[in-house]
Design a protein around this ligand. Structure first.
Ligand SMILES: Cc1ncc(C[n+]2csc(CCOP(=O)(O)OP(=O)(O)O)c2C)c(N)n1
Length: 197
């Protein structure tokens, strides 16, 4: 799984990667989280085409999923993962979402490139956690009380993880690539190309 923001699709490395992934028939799913803004730039201002049209030149099948719908997203990826594991080659998914916050600490909430009204309207309408919550409430499988307990437990777990990360010693430099790229095999190869030597 290779994740990126929609702003990445205008970079050369994106196109080079898609091209080689197609040539080598790699088991990879490229996932673009399209939250509509790259830092302070709306995607439509810097692209003549839609995100999902970017893979045509490489023959990689593209699809779009509503990222605010947790169950739809799960079902979508479940099917793609099966296809890729069966040797179907690379896939490309545009996950449509929205950026509820600013790009960084120096871009608080709405900045000057979008209105506060837009952000609050989308936050109200499109929050995937609220959407899933309401679905589970309606299906009668979640109560307000159970949700609050879950919420408290999750916050506690996140705080614990942050404290652990802050107090843990820095990792050894030999860990630089661990869980980042595929492990280098005994033949010194970094990437998967279907050969074991
Ligand atoms: C290779 C590279 N080029 C340019 C930048 C500068 N830069 C930092 S964030 C950003 C845009 C990010 O947009 P997106 O991934 O859509 O994410 P978002 O703003 O929603 O966080 C750019 C161009 C960078 N960090 N790395």
């Amino acid at each position: 799984m290779c994740f990126m923001g929609e702003a990445a699709v205008n970079q050369g490395a994106f196109h080079e990667s898609l091209n080689m992934a197609a040539v080598w028939n790699l088991p990879v799913i490229f996932v673009v989280e399209n939250n509509e803004y790259g830092m302070g730039t709306a995607f439509h201002r810097v692209s003549a085409t839609r995100v999902e049209e970017r893979t045509g030149a490489y023959g990689i099948p593209a699809s779009v999923v509503n990222g605010q719908d947790v169950l739809e997203t799960y079902r979508h990826f479940e099917r793609l993962v099966t296809e890729v594991r069966e040797g179907g080659g690379p896939r490309f998914v545009e996950v449509r979402t929205y950026r509820f916050r600013g790009h960084s600490m120096s871009d608080p909430v709405s900045g000057t490139y979008r209105s506060k009204a837009e952000v609050s309207e989308r936050t109200e309408k499109d929050d995937p956690i609220k959407i899933l919550r309401d679905l589970l409430f309606d299906a009668g499988v979640l109560t307000q009380e159970a949700l609050e307990i879950m919420d408290q437990e999750t916050r506690a777990r996140a705080e614990e993880a942050a404290e652990y990360a802050d107090s843990a010693p820095a990792p050894d430099s030999s860990e630089l690539y661990t869980h980042v790229y595929s492990q280098i095999n005994e033949h010194g190869r970094l990437f998967f190309d279907g050969r074991d030597r």
